[in-house]
Design a protein around this ligand. Structure first.
Ligand code: ATP
Length: 566
């Protein structure tokens, strides 16, 4: 009868009267790792890093792997930590700031029972009442009444006279023991109840019954906040709010019932029949991979180290890039094999651009498919890591193996097969030019993809600047003959800067002979309107470099904006 009333209440899910709301913001907590006997200030270990959240009336679970900071957060919220260690943050109860000096209507049930084994359940509760209830407010009769109420509420009637038990004395069961520990705290009628791992050491059924008890308490003017390890599904269902922690940070906070949808949305799908709490811990521990193949991401604290590990453990992409570039390098070399022999003809027919163009296309084309930042947008909004850390690691560890090294291979193979200028300086300027061209193109792609919400949008958006740059880069139209009012577009063309620099590098100072006719490289450059002075060459490199910086900066700003939307 009592059980069915209980289950009716649970199903209704409503509160007889709601408990208080606890909010906390930017809490950072560190401990000093001072060596024993040392007078020197030790190194600080950060245990909580800028955590914020809200604990509403009902059941608030803190879940996370061992060492993630659940107990520490619980302690900070309950003002049980040394204030010296709390580096920042505030706690509010129903909108009022509270600190260790405030009188807070809270109680804390610790992991290890503090019961006296040689006393009975009732005697332990009386002990708590005698010590903790003020004699002014509660006379002996009222204290006794309070003890009886607690015994009733926790269903301890049958074992009230039984001793708790010690190593030598068989006492009450584990579940009853835990109930009694909770009762020791309920004596003071707290509206906020903290519990550190209330189910630890209990068998599944006992854990279930303790959590149902807490659920019932939470429906009656109490806000329950507790840490818990891998609860079974029947327990998980009781959580009104779930806070998932990892390495001192909160990675999810929200209704327990919505957590699975949230993880599915960001790419982590829980298999049917898998227990949600096991699934969350597997995701945090990296045992479950992101569903998207393009990002080999495992959600952990994924800063530079992660990207480096990613690269080292998944070198396939970079290896494929290198092979592709070698293949295209040889193909390019074969198509334009020893072109200087036919250069006069090429110069006459303005075909000299063709081979340079092919280079640039091969270099630039793969660049614009840089959509990984879109993935980062989602990961960022999930708050997995700092944008700056990811951004820098991406640039250092992704761009070098995936862009610069393959391009170096392509350039080296083609350069000698085509038979371009046999001069060390020209070779390295050639490499520099196509590397900068590639970087500028990648940066533009980063910016566009960081600005787009979906792959489809990025795909469509990225095509526009590339087509415009191609048109106004001098590939399809001679810029001299272009309508004046459109000529400004050439100043924003990555292709034009790349092409002009390559043309100057190759043709300046060259004289070609054909049928006793001399062809001067400079004459061709003049005809194309390309400034071949020293500054004329370097202005292209500077422009490419500046474009890289500007696009990277804009991409970074876009990612920061995404963070603010959280
Ligand atoms: N006083 C301390 N000195 C040094 N390290 C500490 C101290 N207190 C906590 N830590 C460390 O802080 C981290 C978080 O500890 P905490 O007990 O809050 O984690 P937890 O998630 O509750 O772990 P568990 O589930 O195992 O109880 C752990 O790595 C722990 O070793």
């Amino acid at each position: 009868m009592e059980a069915s009333a209980q289950s009716r209440k649970e199903q209704a899910g409503d509160f007889e009267s709601p408990g208080p709301t606890l909010t906390f913001s930017n809490i950072s907590y560190a401990v000093n790792l001072k060596k024993t006997f040392s007078i020197k200030k030790g190194e600080e270990k950060w245990i909580l890093q800028n955590v914020s959240g809200i604990m509403k009336p009902g059941m608030n679970a803190l879940l996370g792997p061992t060492g993630s900071g659940k107990t520490s957060l619980l302690d900070v919220l309950a003002h049980r930590k040394n204030p010296k260690g709390i580096k920042s943050g505030q706690v509010q109860l129903n909108g009022q700031f509270v600190d260790s000096s405030s009188h807070q209507p809270s109680a804390y049930v610790v992991q290890d029972d503090i019961l006296m084994g040689t006393l009975s359940v009732r005697e332990n509760l009386e002990f708590s009442a005698n010590l903790r209830l003020s004699k002014k407010e509660y006379n002996a009769e009222e204290r006794q009444k309070k003890v009886n109420e607690v015994i009733q509420e926790l269903g301890l009637q049958d074992c009230a006279s039984t001793k708790i038990g010690t190593e030598f004395l068989r006492g009450i069961s584990g579940g009853e023991r835990k109930r009694c520990s909770i009762g020791m705290e309920l004596i003071t009628s707290p509206s906020l109840l903290f519990l550190d791992e209330p189910t630890t050491g209990l068998d599944a059924n006992t854990a279930n019954s303790i959590m149902h008890l807490l659920y019932m308490l939470s429906r009656n003017s109490r806000t329950i906040i507790f840490s818990i390890h891998q609860p079974r599904y029947s327990i998980f269902r009781l959580f009104d709010s779930l806070t998932l922690m990892n390495k001192g940070q909160i990675i999810y906070q929200g209704p327990g019932a919505e957590a699975l949808d949230y993880f599915t949305e960001i790419g982590f799908k829980c298999e049917p029949y898998n227990n949600p709490s096991d699934f969350f811990l597997d995701v945090i521990n990296g045992a479950i991979q992101h569903k998207c193949n393009q990002c080999f991401l495992i959600v952990r604290h994924l800063k530079c180290g992660r990207t480096m590990k990613n690269f080292l453990r998944n070198p396939q992409t970079s290896v494929v890039q290198v092979f592709m570039m070698i293949f295209f390098g040889i193909l390019n070399g074969l198509i334009f094999f020893q072109i200087p022999n036919t250069m006069p003809e090429a110069l006459q027919n303005s075909k000299v651009k063709d081979y340079l163009t092919l280079f640039l296309r091969l270099v630039i084309h793969p660049c614009y498919r840089q959509y990984k930042f879109i993935l980062n947008r989602h990961e960022n909004s999930s708050g997995y890591y700092r944008t700056s850390a990811y951004f820098l690691s991406k640039i250092l560890i992704d761009l070098i193996p995936n862009r610069i090294i393959p391009i170096f291979g392509l350039a080296a193979i083609s350069y000698f097969m085509i038979g371009l200028k046999e001069d060390v300086t020209s070779f390295f300027l050639f490499i520099l030019t196509i590397s900068l061209t590639s970087l500028a193109a990648v940066s533009l792609a980063f910016f566009v993809s960081a600005s787009a919400n979906t792959f489809a949008a990025a795909n469509a958006l990225i095509a526009i600047p590339y087509v415009l740059m191609m048109v106004f880069g001098g590939f399809l139209v001679n810029l001299n003959g272009m309508l004046n009012w459109l000529s400004w577009l050439k100043w924003i063309s990555i292709f034009r800067y790349g092409l002009d620099a390559l043309a100057i590098n190759e043709l300046k100072g060259q004289i070609f002979y054909s049928n006793l006719t001399l062809f001067y490289g400079e004459a061709y450059l003049d005809q194309q309107g390309i400034n071949h002075s020293t500054w004329g060459f370097w202005q292209n490199e500077v422009a490419l470099f500046c474009m890289t910086i500007v696009f990277m900066f804009l991409a970074f700003v876009q990612l920061l904006t995404v963070n603010k939307w959280k």
